[in-house]
Design a protein around this ligand. Structure first.
Ligand SMILES: *Cc1c(COP(=O)(O)O)cnc(C)c1O
Ligand SMILES: [Zn+2]
Length: 424
């Protein structure tokens, strides 16, 4: 493939293969390391020059979105980037809940407040900007849902044409969302892995830009903005642990990279350990970590109701395993029942409504505390990666029932007197 000017050559020092260590220049290869194929995911390394004085510049910068980090993002960043507000999501502190859980602190960073209601907007915003930098008009991805709706929203905002490959079993709300954004939606009658492979074939056949976080090295860079923000938002009181739910592994790797970059730049002194959480029914990375492996083996028939992390062949496994190990972190798996309980308990205790895959991170904290991996001294930050409205059927599974009443005050009185009775 012919190399293309990307406009980010002045910032990006190299794209380095996570498998063989080979370094490529910006624009030299389209996605992964050619000799290593799909396993040769590239990691973006930056030139030191543009980063000098970044800590001071950030302190003075009033921008409150991912674009305040333009110096450490691999895009030209002039025209064309999405106008939707991405990033700088709130970090809430819940000291009462922390005490109840026997923790030194509990904070939640609510990614459900992103424009399309999930963490994926960070990656899609960078992916769309990169596509525009490179002169593409069409972009595609395969996703269990959130990456898709996020890409569809960012494409709608910038005028790119998006084609989305989703498993036909994706939750209705997510599919409705991407149809509303006007994307071309292909419901693939097969599991996620097959939808993913079909998208790979299609981008090559039709010459579209590939937004799949698994092969596109720039998307982890978008995801790392969450870690950059955690560092700035918690610089005066760094957490000891950051809990993130894991499917493909790109999110946890990005969050780890962002926090580490900020430490190198002197923005904060925090070095939180990553608590990486997988669903017990789809846990190839937790299994690999338990065996001390660098790479994971495919998990046959991944099965969890937390659809956003129902992933049997993680494409960013190596990056994820590495990031968790480098942080001194741990892997934990949680059953679906614990995930639904966690979604209900988190919502009821904090007002933050998390979709099942997001609540899995909180379930992981509950589990790690019960096992004594977390202690009464530990201050924990949970990244809640997606909004509960993404999957209302999931949310309804563990939530307490509502009470039916006749339209009379007497019936209300009765309901108040016998709260446990006759629930609908
Ligand atoms: C995608 C996703 C994750 C996991 O991210 P990976 O990069 O696949 O590990 C977690 N939670 C939600 C809500 C997601 O959409
Ligand atoms: Zn390689």
């Amino acid at each position: 493939m012919k190399s293309r000017a990307t406009g980010a050559e002045d910032k990006v020092a190299a794209l380095r293969c996570v498998r063989c260590g080979a370094a490529y220049a910006e624009g030299e290869v389209p996605y992964t390391c050619p000799p290593c194929g799909l396993e040769g995911v590239l990691d973006v390394e930056y030139r030191p020059g543009p980063l000098e004085g970044l800590a001071a510049r950030l302190r003075a910068d009033p921008e409150r979105s991912i674009w305040r980090y333009l110096d450490v993002l691999p895009v030209r960043g002039t025209a064309g980037r999405p106008g939707l507000h991405v990033g700088w999501t709130p970090v809430y502190d819940f000291p009462v809940l922390a005490r109840r859980m026997g923790l030194g602190g509990l904070r939640v960073k609510d990614e459900g407040r992103q424009p399309t209601a999930s963490f994926k907007d960070r990656a899609s915003a960078v992916g769309v900007t990169k596509a525009l930098d490179l002169g593409y008009r069409q972009i595609a991805c395969a996703s269990t849902g959130n990456a898709a709706s996020s890409l569809a929203g960012m494409a709608a905002n910038t005028g790119l044409e998006a084609t989305i490959f989703v498993p036909a079993t994706a939750p209705e709300a997510k599919v409705a969302q991407l149809r509303a954004f006007g994307a071309r939606v292909l419901l693939v009658e097969a599991p996620y892995e097959a939808a993913w492979a079909l998208c790979q074939e299609a981008v090559e056949a039709f010459g579209w830009y590939n937004r799949n976080a698994a092969v596109n090295p720039y998307l982890v860079e978008g995801k790392k903005t969450c870690g950059l923000e955690i560092a700035e938002q918690c610089s005066s009181d760094p957490p000891d642990w950051v809990a993130v739910s894991v499917g493909d592994g790109c999110t946890v790797a990005g969050v780890g990279k962002g926090m580490e970059e900020m430490r190198r730049l002197g923005v904060w002194t925090g070095a939180p350990r990553l608590l990486a959480v997988q669903a017990a029914g789809a846990a190839p990375l937790a299994a690999a970590a338990a065996r001390g492996l660098e790479d994971c083996e495919p998990w046959p028939e991944p099965r969890t109701a937390a659809d956003s992390i129902n992933c049997g062949e993680p494409r960013n496994g190596r990056k994820a395993l590495r990031a968790v190990r480098a942080s001194g972190g741990r892997w934990v798996t949680v059953e679906d029942a614990a995930i639904f309980d966690a979604a209900r308990d988190l919502a009821a205790a904090t007002g933050v409504f998390a979709e099942p895959a997001a609540a899995a991170a909180y379930a992981g904290v509950v589990c790690a505390r019960a096992r004594g991996w977390l202690t009464a001294r530990d201050r924990v930050l949970v990244v809640s990666t997606g909004n509960g409205l993404k999957d209302v059927a999931g949310a309804a599974r563990a939530a307490p029932p509502a009470r039916r009443v006749a339209p009379r005050l007497e019936a209300v009185r009765e309901a108040l007197a016998h709260p446990g009775l006759a629930q609908a």
